[in-house]
Design a protein around this ligand. Sequence first.
Ligand SMILES: [Fe+2]
Ligand SMILES: [Fe+2]
Length: 225
Amino acid sequence: MEKVLDVREMVPRDRHARIFELYRSLKPGESFTLVNDHEPKPLLYQFQAEHDGEFDWWTLEAGPEAWRVSIVKRERPNPDITITDYLQTDHRRLDTIFEGFKAAVKESRWEDAARGFREFSLGLKRHIRIEEDILFPVFEEKTGMRDAGPTFVMRMEHKEIQALLDRILGATDGHDAAGAEAGSSNLLGILLDHNMKEEHILYPESDAFITGSERAMVIKKAQAA
Ligand SMILES: [Fe+2]
Ligand SMILES: [Fe+2]
């Protein structure tokens, strides 16, 4: 079971100490979910300053009442992590959440399904925003490829993906198993091929075209997105 640290009832000045205490007690590869009552940006910046390259930071819920972030102590610290590694890890993480959602639909556990799908949808929309607003502009600038390049195709597919997310959400909230399953298999059909193109072409090319310090900057911005 994932550890959960809910700091909402703690006095604010104790919060960071408790969070870093728990983080330091983790074994490599372990993680915990932090629950807070506001967006924990200052905490992220403190992690980036004190534990650069040692952790992953994935937003699970973004308000308005609760913010939940999964904080992972990486198996191996890697300050020079590539864009391919970073975004591929996010693809795998989202795949796992999506599998959980599909299992919940199959067993008519609608509350779990709704929670799982919201987490998946938030994560995937955030992932797309990171690609479109942070990574693609750097890629386009470096390669000069815009209107006919790979990012153009990816942006079109992102539109289809986001439309499907909204459709599946509607089906899930309406407890419509057939609709949720049909939407899910459509989405998987697009995502498999989309992620493969990114992991085999776009991400490695991005890693090759930009410098190490630009790469680190892209990943820091991605964590804060
Ligand atoms: Fe994408
Ligand atoms: Fe992606």
